[in-house]
Every structure is written in C-alpha cells, then in structure tokens.
Design a protein around this ligand. Sequence first.
Ligand SMILES: *Cc1c(COP(=O)(O)O)cnc(C)c1O
Length: 467
Amino acid sequence: MDCAGRLPAVAARPTRNADLVARDLAVLWHPCTQMKDHEALPPIPIRRGEGVWLEDFDGNRYLDAVSSWWVNLFGHANPRINAALKAQLDELEHVILAGFTHAPALELAERLVALTPPGLERCFFSDNGSTAVEIALKMSFHYWRNAGEPGRTRFVNLTNSYHGETLGALAAGDVSLYKTTYEPLLMGVLTVPSPDCWHRAAGESCAEHSRRMLEPMRETLERHAGEVCAVIVEPLVQCAGSMRMYDPIYLRLLRELCDRHRVHLIADEVAVGFGRTGTLFACEQAGISPDFLCLSKGLTGGYLPLAATLTTERVYQAFYDDYATLRAFLHSHSYTGNALGCRAALASLDIFEQDDVCAHNRELSREMAQAVAPLAEHPHVGEVRQHGMILAVELVRDRKTREPYAWQERRGLRVYRHALGRGVLLRPLGDVVYFMPPYVITPEQIHRLAQVAREGIELATADSGAP
Ligand SMILES: *Cc1c(COP(=O)(O)O)cnc(C)c1O
C-alpha cells in the first residue's frame, strides 16, 4: 500500500463471486456469524438489488424473503426513495442536530407524532434499534429521578424477548444465545414469562393464554411496587425470539396494569413497526399508547440507519427546566437525525400514504396464509403462525409433543442452503422458517417462496437425526 492508501491494482477481468469472497474473508468479520461456517458456505457477494431481487456477481438472483433482516419495505433500489435521496444529497447530507435543525428531521418528527398512537408527542432520533431502546431505558430511568422517585431503578422484560445487542439493550432482552456470555456485564432485570401462544395449554385459545399470562406480570409489579421504571415489550411478535406471537389482549391489559402501578410501558416496535403485523404499528391492534415507542429497521424503508424514540409530553416536561437544575437529557449520537436517513424515511412514509399499503398487505397476508396452508399438517411442523406480513413455520422432531430438534442438527440451516440453490433468501431463526418479505412481493412470488420453503422443509426433516 502506498501512502495515499492505495491498494495494488487488481487485474481487470470481470469480477466473479469467488474473487470477492476471497477478499472478503481476508478482512471482514460478519455480524451474527461463526466465521468458520464460511469455509463450507461462503458469503454471497451482491452486485445489485431491484425490488424483491438481489443479484450476485455470477448472475444468480435471490428473492429477499427476509427483507434483508427485516428492514426493507418497498423493494431494493425503489425508484421513489432513490429520487428523494438523490435530491436530498444535493442539498444537505448531514448537520449537527444540537443547536441546529433541518427540514427532513422536523418534518419526519411531525409525521411520526401524527402517525403513531395518540399521546406520543416528542421524537428523539438515533441511528439503530439498539440505541432507540437504550434511549427509552435511560429516559424512563431519568424521568423517575427528575420526578422525585429515584427509588425506581429496575426494568421488567419478558422471557424470549429481544431488544438489541448493545449492553443496555442486551440486558433488556432475554435470548440466551446472544445474552448469556455477557451476563457479568449486564444490569439485572426482572424477567416475567412471555404471553407467547406457543406455550398455550391444550384446548386453550391464544387470547385466553395471553390473558392468563398477565398474572405473573401483575405479581411482579406488585412485589416490586415503587422499584420499577418501566416494562419493555415487543408488541405482538417476538421476532428475534423465533417469531413467537401473542394476542393483542395482553397489551391492552398490560397498559392498564402499568397505569395502575405508575410504571412506564416501552413498546419496542423496531421490528414490527411500519405495517409488518397488518397495522402501521402493532400497538394499534390493542388500542393502546405506550409511554415510549422505539422505531428503526423499516423506518427508512431499509435504506439507511436511523431510529426514533417517541415519548409523551409528560416525560418531556420532566426534563424541561433551567440548565442549572441539571435535569436535561444529555444523550447524543454523532449522526442523530441524519438528513439523508430522514429523507428516506419521509419518502417511505409517502409511499404508505399514496399506495394504501396496509390494505394491499392484507391481500398479500391472505396469499401467504394460503400458500403455506399445506404445511400445517406436516409431521415435522409444530405450528404455522402469522401476524399480518410475518409468517413463521416452526419445525419440530415430534409434532404431537412439540419436542424440538437438537439445535446442533441445524435443520434450519439446511432449509437456508436449499433455498439459496433455488434462488430464495430464507434465513431461518434456528428451526423456525419464516417469511417477512418486502411489500412489493407479488402473489406469484409468494407461491414460489412457499414452494421452495416446502421443499427445504421436506429435505431438512427427511432423516430422523437420531444417532
Ligand atoms: C433488531 C431489533 C432491535 C435492534 O435493532 P438494531 O438496529 O439491530 O440495533 C431492537 N429491538 C427489536 C425488537 C429488534 O427486532
């Protein structure tokens, strides 16, 4: 390398997947990956995206059934979002948001306040889902200090919940695969059983189960009265926790319970927000307003890292005072309210408005349900579940007892490999195969997706796996 940082010239021949893979594996460390796995299954270099399709350097195409980790809403290289971003780029890319402001940030804040459940009046920007959660946790904790109740220092979460990977967000979650190693670094939280309907008793409806599971929450809040800042939940779907789902009744009753105990409710809609569950926000299905709402992932339509934590005027006012009282929320991230990110988000919200996306998605959801219906009877499928545009198929060794496969068998990985060979990007969570596609998917593509998933599941469950 010379002192300008130039690398030696690369031979001028058409780039192939293999060229990029070799260079990648020499320098990159990929997220959420045991890098040794790439010895057998190299990463796939993507050259371009269009709509639901991703194309690699060898010319193979993949239908992006997981919206590139749940972020993409309206397809890759969406012409409308592209145009908005190109225009923004020529005006302003970014400016410090402390002491300054700009139209995209304030317009986005106005629209989020208008679109989110009533009572959420203030919008604090950051860059990703984990920071959106960190901010909600810190604001809630700090609110209680400012409000003269410094004894409230604890948070309550649900089993199998996920709120991100930074230390505070990781502490607030409960997926042991990501959390256990770091436990000595994490604040302790009060963990209460999730209303997840997978665990419902025989003959019990999902709603009955979710309602019954409020009891342990009630006990915990009673036992720790005056100690709790907030309860944090993922409304309706615990996405990273294997797409486990519960009934909206839980959220409605939880809201009442939080009010009774004067505890904040933090709704982490980082994954389920922006139409995934069938309504713009999942909280709408329970008719509730949280005290904090965390948004990211789909916020920019999958274009740029941006997040928002919305809260109430009441919380805001508890920080609003003369500087010398030292009550201000002195939290910041360098890229807070990035103008390009906000512009992408505005363009994405325009599409929601112009295209009646939620109505269209209801048709797509029905199509998804129909396409996988045959799988419900499969001997190694424990459950097919769905909330709007999220559909999950849980593989089990024994359908009757719901005994899982040993995780070491990595059945889901077999589905992943099969699907890639058939031009579909399905990335199961353990043994849970799911679809969370961009909203521009067509009914034909949904059926193709379901066909490939069925083949993959057939292959992945063909042997007993017994030693
Ligand atoms: C993905 C996710 C996060 C973390 O978002 P990042 O942008 O990956 O930090 C937090 N909460 C939920 C519910 C998520 O699904």
